[in-house]
Write a protein that binds this ligand. Sequence first.
Ligand code: GLC
Length: 442
Amino acid sequence: MSKPWERVRCIALLILLALSTACSGSRPRADNPATVTALMWMPESNRLDQDIAREFTQKTGISVRLIPGSESAPRRLAQEMALLEQGSSAVDVFQVDTIWPGAVADYMLDLKDVLRDELTGELPQVVENATVSGRLIAAPFYVDYSMLYYRTDLLQKYGFSHPPRTWDELELQSSRIQKGERAGGRQDFWGYIWQGAQYEGLTCNALEWQSSQGGRNLLSPDHSVNVANPRAVRAFSRAARWVGTISPPGVVAYIEEDSRNIWQSGRAAFLRNWSYVYPLAKRSREVGNRFSVAPMPVGVDRHSSVLGGWYLGVSKNAPHRREAIAFIRYMTSREAQKRRAVEGGFLPTISSLYQDSDVLRANPFLAGISDVPNRVIRRPASLVGAKYARVSEAYAHGVHTILTGQISASTGAGNIQSELERLTGFSRPVEASARPVKQEHP
Ligand code: GLC
């Protein structure tokens, strides 16, 4: 979301880092003992990461400075790219989104050999995702899997025996519950909360709508762009209908934390979000023992969750390479991943942890999804490498114009299609160019 304070914080961070770069130049700093500087931040995992980093310091004598990054994934990429492109030595360790390996590859050390032993237990798809031209550009830290959070008490109150399995059921349950709660005096109660701001999170939401509706992935390995197709148009137009009906008008400005705050304070029935919300919601007074999670609803395709997740990489300009590698080895170790899963709801990248009884007790929804990467929709980052950020930006922008009612779903889908064809050089799939999209209005 475009919060002025966030922009100020982003600028302040860049100034802070630029100053420390100016002081240290691009040569290794001569601080002794070494301090590893890591740009990594998730609002609620901060305490946990600080604790684990402190433990690392106690064991190794290497200090760690954790620097907060932006809450919004694309802003964080902009922060990181600014530092990497200027060859800054202010940061040793960068957190890398699952869709960024192509963008940051040239600036990161190859970790394939140094982490060879650790990699054996990792989910292979997760390692493959961070391997660019044979180089492992970052160590797997956690995977993300979107889920539908729902209020068990409200489902029971309104006579629903199971959470919504389809988008139709989601609409029906949302509107009934919302209507009933409002009739009971809760005027600010909403059915469904999600992430509709114009940013990477909207790309994830919209791809889930489009793909689960049978509208395919926005880019395919056969080098086609699949947005102007009737199923995607139907999916976008459905979501546009939610804004102001079962979802608040402001949903078009929400990112993950905005949506969590509203749902977790008891003001909505359903929420789409990642697994980090689970332990936080469990600890909350308002929804703590009154919620559960389900797979995201589907349309015609059974895959309905986008794969997310993060890695930790070491910059080629890191002044403390050895210490930085020791730090990420520690942060991504089995013990740390277990702790982050149990206390923070962050899904491990190490496959055996999906059978660990402590991990399963803390995250019961994990039972049976150890093949997470096979059950999800992947954003097409590896198909376009460094261009992915622009592709996603164009997609999110186009979908946002539909959600905000500036344009019809079919015109919007057509605009996104042309823009993505221009950006990628990919073409329209044969069947879509033969069959023009029928006009629909949001
Ligand atoms: C989560 C996911 C990340 C995704 C982002 C979008 O942080 O882990 O992969 O890009 O959300 O907002």
